[in-house]
Design a protein around this ligand. Structure first.
Ligand SMILES: C[S@@+](CC[C@H](N)C(=O)[O-])C[C@H]1O[C@@H](n2cnc3c(N)ncnc32)[C@H](O)[C@@H]1O
Length: 213
């Protein structure tokens, strides 16, 4: 890791982690919490969440989840995750591009507001396909590049400053196209919006993709 990156993580990154829940509270109260609950209701068996952040999905996991592994590479976020889960889930400090998890061992992978931030999205999706059992599912809720060319242009213009402010988030990423191009097959997808979010991170896709049998 470069010096500039570690200085950024130690200052703004730490602050970002400490402010995260408060920054999202308006959107969560206005509908994102319900989206999370509805999405993870489909999780079952051995479930792995990517970049779980402060653990905003944790309270929603259903009883059908037999084992919950929450991955998170950024230590200040991982610490919050441990506090929130109090030992009820396993926290693994690892990036989504390189999961220390055996092949074909997971029934469900969950990704919410994280595929915008991973450094290498194709590598992450290949890793999701690797760890899922055949027939296993990726459940996703991700903000994406807009279909509206005018808003997409603003997402392109503001990509760099937003990435700095939002700790690595790319507001213009076409995550749905990347899932379509991955080894996973999209089963269901719904377009929506993140309520009370900045316009450049409002367009949302929610759905599931399966590792083919
Ligand atoms: C916007 S937050 C989303 C947190 C959480 N998933 C949620 O729904 O609230 C993005 C998260 O991705 C994590 N992250 C950054 N790079 C990552 C990577 N390469 N692999 C996995 N997670 C990563 C960040 O540390 C942060 O916790």
């Amino acid at each position: 890791m470069g010096i500039a990156r570690s200085a950024y993580d130690a200052t703004w990154g730490r602050l970002f982690a400490s402010m995260y829940d408060r920054a999202l509270a308006g959107s969560e109260d206005a509908g994102m919490r319900d989206r999370r609950r509805d999405l993870v209701a489909a999780a079952s068996g051995r479930t792995i969440e990517l970049g779980a952040g402060t653990g905003l999905n944790f309270e929603h996991y259903p009883g059908a989840v037999e084992e919950l592994l929450l991955t998170e590479p950024f230590p200040p976020m991982a610490n919050r995750l441990r506090e929130r889960t109090g030992g009820a889930a396993t926290v693994i400090e690892a990036p989504a591009e390189s999961l220390p998890i055996p092949d074909a061992s997971a029934d469900t992978v969950v990704a919410t507001l994280v595929l915008c931030t991973v450094d290498d999205l194709p590598a992450t999706l290949a890793e999701v396909a690797r760890v899922l059992k055949p027939g296993g599912r990726l459940l996703f809720a991700e903000h994406v590049r807009s279909d509206d060319p005018s808003l997409a242009r603003w997402q392109d213009r503001l990509e760099r400053p937003w990435k700095f402010v939002a700790h690595g988030c790319r507001c213009n990423r076409d995550t749905l196209a990347a899932i379509e191009a991955s080894p996973l097959e999209i089963e269901a997808v719904e377009r929506g919006r993140i309520p009370k979010a900045a316009a450049i991170v409002e367009p949302l896709v929610v759905g599931s993709a399966v590792r083919p049998l």
